[in-house]
Design a protein around this ligand. Structure first.
Ligand SMILES: Cc1ncc(COP(=O)(O)O)c(C=O)c1O
Length: 449
């Protein structure tokens, strides 16, 4: 029989409330906190809270637990490797797992050219490395990024991030030289084209070429074009392939490194190692983090060898490439390959998309469903015709689903990002989708009638 969420006490239960009260007194107020979950245990697609409730996880901690929570092989690797070697500073010295992992990442990332790898502890640092490597290599000043993109919160990557002004307000000056071009969020075209591609003529691409590179940032002074192959925090927005291929063409014409930020979309989530592969484009470098070490702080920038042929001392870190975590990452790669999780992501993802599209035809509030593999966005609207965003519908759906044992995460102004662990079965996906559908029906009735 298929497992279902188990709610023994309405969350947050008494034990959760106590921890949350203490948490609120000492932790930074900048943390968003989607739901009052105090996690104490997890396995596969299930998360248990401190009061004994069991939740089905449709978020994977934002695309982190791709191999499932507490995968036994990950747990075994950690136990084995901490008994062997916890740390050798990997910029002064060498370790075996770091080399093994770098060789492996070079093979699985797009492009058959020679590559090099730099290991980091988070997504933002992977992006920082990409920015610095591109600037060092080209000696150029500008960085091109895109509206509604998320690349991190440190001063370099934050300069690229433009999902919301909340993330940016009061932090200027950030890294200078960043120019933002429109991203093809075709459901809400930033240039106001309602007709969508190809009828819009890919106006966002011409805007980049004619306006940004023609008037603001001379292309021979651009060090990198950094983009998300599928926008993550911005709402799981899938661009048209022509746009991604257009970026490649522009980058080639002007000798600009093209960097795909795969921190959220990578590691098999979309049915490919990197989401950019769906568009038949080979970037000059990719950033990886989140799912790479199953929840441990780790990440990498993998780029064309020449991007990382910089002077010793030009860029280093203390904890990057930790041998235990590099071993975990190797296990994650094995699990994704051996358990055929990319195939599963495609199969279950297309089943979910089918059901979500049916929901869209039944429920007026579901304005758009989009995605690749198990990276699926569901956008709510107050009105199908005007496409007015419905942020309250989003937050109410998340809140009510949580009460019923389904973890959902929001993205963008009024979208859900559905990103269950890649080990999810079709039956488990249906359990979550049944709850989602029920909740959407209720919220639609309560908020919009
Ligand atoms: C595409 C992308 N890049 C970079 C980051 C930053 O990663 P981190 O939060 O690990 O610094 C994120 C995080 O959500 C992301 O989605």
């Amino acid at each position: 029989m298929v497992r279902r969420p188990k709610i023994v006490v309405e969350p947050p239960g008494p034990k959760a409330r106590e921890i949350i009260a203490r948490d609120e007194a000492v932790l930074s107020r900048s943390l968003t906190r989607t739901a009052p979950l105090v996690g104490v245990g997890a396995e596969g697609v299930w998360v248990r809270d401190i009061d004994g409730n069991e939740f089905l996880d449709f978020g994977s901690g934002i695309a982190v637990t791709n191999v499932g929570h507490m995968h036994p092989r990950v747990v075994e690797t950690v136990k084995r490797e901490v008994e062997r070697l916890i740390f050798v500073n990997s910029f002064d010295f060498h370790t075996v797992p770091q080399v093994n992992l770098a060789e492996r990442l070079v093979r699985i990332t797009p492009g058959s050219f020679r590559k090099r790898v730099f290991f980091v502890n988070s997504g933002t640092e992977a992006v920082e490395c990409a920015i610095k490597a591109s600037r060092y290599r080209t000696g150029r000043y500008y960085t091109v990024a895109f509206i509604n993109s998320f690349h991190g919160r440190t001063m370099g990557s934050l300069a690229l991030t433009s999902t919301s002004t909340t993330a940016r307000r009061r932090f200027q000056p950030m890294m200078p030289g960043v120019v933002h071009a429109p991203y093809p969020y075709c459901y809400r075209c930033p240039l106001g084209h309602r007709e969508g591609p190809p009828d819009c003529g890919f106006a966002c691409l011409s805007y980049l070429e004619d306006q940004i590179l023609g008037h603001v940032a001379p292309p021979d002074e651009v060090s990198a074009i950094v983009f998300e192959p599928i926008q993550g925090a911005g709402g799981y927005v899938v661009p048209p392939g022509e746009w991604v291929r257009g970026l490649r063409r522009i980058a080639d014409e002007h000798g600009i490194p093209l960097i795909a930020d795969e921190v959220q979309s990578g590691m098999g989530r979309t049915g490919r190692w990197c989401a950019v592969e769906h568009f038949g484009v080979v970037p000059d470098g990719v950033t990886l983090s989140k799912a790479i070490a199953a929840g441990f702080p780790f990440g990498a920038f993998v780029g064309r060898a020449d991007l990382l042929e910089w002077e010793p001392g030009a860029h280093e870190n203390t904890l990057g490439g930790n041998p235990v975590l590099a071993s975990v990452a190797l296990t994650v790669l094995d699990v994704i390959e051996e358990e055929r999780l990319m195939e599963n992501a495609e199969r279950v993802g297309s089943h979910m998309m089918g059901r979500l599209r049916d929901m869209a035809s039944e429920h007026e509030v579901v304005g758009d469903v989009r995605g690749k593999g198990l990276m699926i966005g569901v956008e709510f609207v107050r009105d199908r015709e005007t496409r007015e965003p419905a942020p309250r519908v989003k937050s109410e759906v998340i809140r009510r689903a949580f009460k019923r044992g389904l973890i959902l995460l929001g993205a963008g102004r009024s979208s859900l990002r559905l990103a269950p662990p890649l080990v999810i079965t079709e039956e488990e996906a249906d359990v979550g989708l049944d709850i989602l559908e029920e909740v959407i029906g209720e919220v639609e009735g309560d908020l919009l009638s």
